[in-house]
Design a protein around this ligand. Structure first.
Ligand code: GLU
Length: 609
């Protein structure tokens, strides 16, 4: 994870680095640091534990000035979040910042110690600094030294390197962790995400896997792994950074929950015409490919994985298209047997999730018809590397716990089901009903959000709990999973989700009057089955919270709280029932006083495996 930024210019770059780090903070926030080469050609390094503002206050106290520098916000993989583990790391005249994991760091460390290198951190990254220094002694340029080092590293890295003997060049390498070059006039930049560089440029070059770049203020040269110069396209972006303002909200997560009606409306916009789904971004040729699809393999992580699980119910029950869903970190390390005419679908908010990207790359050589990415960031690696893509139009999501990205992923997946239905001449009523339900959804959610205070009151009862169970059936079982994940992520309450019918096979042993059990109980054909499961819990003294439809006959009692939700169409009910669970975890976290937008140990974009 982590965020990297580097700048080489003809003006002071300190504030550019700090502002870049602020914008990259979603990628990691346990510590941050920067190193610049000052006017005397010396390194000035400042590192701080905690958020970027700790670092920015520290830099304000020292009057730093330099025209070249690198900076990093860390998400620790090796070594605690301390000042001495924070990046950049130094080795004599070399400074580096690294995103990723060096898997053979321990053996490299031993070799470097044998050469008298002295380590000052517990990180895997520090080996890179010493190795570059070591190889510099046998190389004529920094790039040549770095190329030699790369042949010895195992793992993933997005790394930036400066050499104070050559204070006009940044070398950047990309393998498994994203990096983008920002082109200015008489100044150039490098960062993990273009968002970090929007204050200084809108022209970008995305590095490809294995690329090595030599960046000076006037020139950018890119080499492939073998050291041969290569040309990469320059793109002009229309991206803008609109995340700065929380508006009337206390947290980004709260703002993003309340933005969902608009986010869904935006995701539907221009994709439904005259009651028909049109996914014109897929292009005409894609239709031929989609017509051949007989099976879908979805791969994702975390919240996106839960979205994939919901869609399996839709693909299979609505249009009879078989669908498997798998966690990317598992998919990438097994040998999947690919069914005939399968489409590979990846889901990710950021499009930089390391495991999902690795799974996509593997999918290319094992016989899938093609790949389709559903993602919120149009400039992401996932989109660039997939054959087809559909963008969720959630807008920038800053809160680490995903909310609007999830519900817009589900919206896109439902549109895709309708598209398949249309292309395969399924009964027109399927597409019609999907379109009707989706068009009504933004207003239905708007109305639902006005029940926020009901959930806020409920949250008080949860804040004292250490554990919670979430139950659902059918397409609402993954919604129970998502509810449990949200509660864990931001309130640190241990929560588990079960398919309601599974409870009696073990977890029911946990039930007592201290265990809150949240049941997602919409009015659908599984409601009677769910009622039996609820009775099993009541019989054992469990404390039930039932999220349900007005028409279901549940009776409030001391041990059973009923939360009545407004009417929702069955097709979009999983999206709808997600909202109160998001609010519940938000309000519980608020009472517990946790860091809602940047919960401990988590980062927004998981770019390490
Ligand atoms: N593995 C490195 C560390 O633990 C880099 C982690 C990151 O990507 O932030 O310092």
């Amino acid at each position: 994870m982590c965020g990297i930024i580097g700048a080489v210019a003809q003006r002071d770059i300190t504030e550019i680095l700090i502002e870049g780090l602020r914008r990259l903070e979603y990628r990691g926030y346990d510590s941050a640091g920067l190193t610049i080469i000052d006017d005397k050609g010396e390194f000035q390094r400042i590192r701080r534990v905690g958020k970027v503002y700790e670092l920015s206050s520290a830099t304000e106290c020292k009057s730093l000035h330099g025209i070249i520098g690198i900076a990093h916000t860390r998400w620790a993989t090796h070594g605690e979040p301390t000042e001495y583990n924070a990046h950049p790391h130094l080795s004599n005249y070399i400074a580096i910042a690294h995103n990723g994991i060096i898997e053979n760091a321990e053996s490299l460390r031993q070799q470097l110690i044998a050469k008298n290198y002295h380590f000052t951190s517990e990180t895997d990254s520090e080996v890179i600094a010493h190795m570059v220094h070591d190889k510099c002694q046998q190389s004529t340029t920094l790039v040549k030294a770095v190329i030699k080092v790369l042949t010895l590293l195992q793992g993933t890295y997005g790394t930036v390197i400066i050499d104070r003997r050559q204070p006009d060049i940044i070398v950047a390498v990309r393998s498994g962790s994203p990096l983008v070059i920002g082109l200015g006039i008489g100044e150039n930049f490098i960062a993990s995400d273009p968002l970090a560089l929007l204050p200084v440029t809108h022209r970008f070059i995305y590095l490809e896997e294995g690329d090595i770049a030599e960046i000076s203020s006037r020139k950018v040269t890119i080499f492939n792994k073998q050291g041969i110069p290569v040309i990469r396209n320059t793109i002009e972006t229309t991206l803008h950074y609109d995340a700065g303002d929380k508006g009337e909200y206390r947290h980004y997560m709260q703002k993003e929950i309340y933005q969902q009606p608009t986010a869904i409306k935006n995701t539907l916009e221009k994709r439904i015409k005259h009651e028909h789904v049109e996914l014109s971004e897929l292009g005409h040729e894609a239709e031929q490919l989609l017509k051949r699809v007989e099976h879908i393999q979805i791969v994702a992580c975390g919240t996106s994985y839960n979205a994939g699980l919901v869609s399996r119910y839709w693909f299979e029950s609505l249009i009879g298209l078989s669908c498997d869903v798998e966690i990317a970190s598992e998919f990438r390390y097994r040998k999947p047997v690919v069914r005939k005419n399968s489409l590979f679908i990846s889901l990710s908010q950021s499009g930089e999730t390391a495991d999902t990207l690795a799974a996509l790359r593997i999918s290319k050589n094992i016989g899938y018809l093609g790949s389709l990415a559903i993602c919120n960031v149009s400039s992401s690696s996932l989109i660039r590397e997939s054959d087809l893509s559909i963008i969720t139009k959630a807008g920038v999501e800053i809160g680490v716990a995903s909310t609007k990205a999830f519900t817009t992923q589900l919206t896109v997946l439902l549109l895709l089901v309708a598209k398949f239905s249309q292309l395969n001449n399924r009964p027109v009523s399927i597409e019609y009903e999907i379109v009707q339900a989706l068009q009504k959804l933004p207003n239905r959610i708007e109305h639902l959000l006005s029940f926020g205070n009901v959930i806020e009151n409920l949250a008080k009862e949860f804040s004292e709990k250490n554990h919670a169970l979430f139950l659902g059936r059918g397409s609402h079982y993954p919604i129970a999973m998502e509810g449990a994940l949200k509660l864990k992520e931001i309130s640190y309450i241990h929560a588990e989700a079960y398919a309601a019918g599974e409870l009696k096979h073990g977890p029911i042993a946990l039930i007592d009057s201290n265990m809150p059990v949240i049941v997602i109980a919409p009015n659908n054909k599984l409601i009677e089955k769910l009622k039996s499961n609820i009775e099993e819990i009541r019989a054992r003294g469990g404390l039930l919270y039932i999220f349900t439809d007005k028409n279901n006959e549940f009776i409030n009692s001391d041990s059973m709280k009923i939360i009545h939700l407004p009417y929702i169409e069955t097709l979009t009910s999983p999206i709808f029932y997600t909202i109160p669970l998001q609010l519940l975890s938000y309000y519980v976290a608020l009472i517990k006083g946790t860091d809602v937008d940047q919960p401990r140990n988590l980062a927004k974009s998981v770019t390490v495996e």
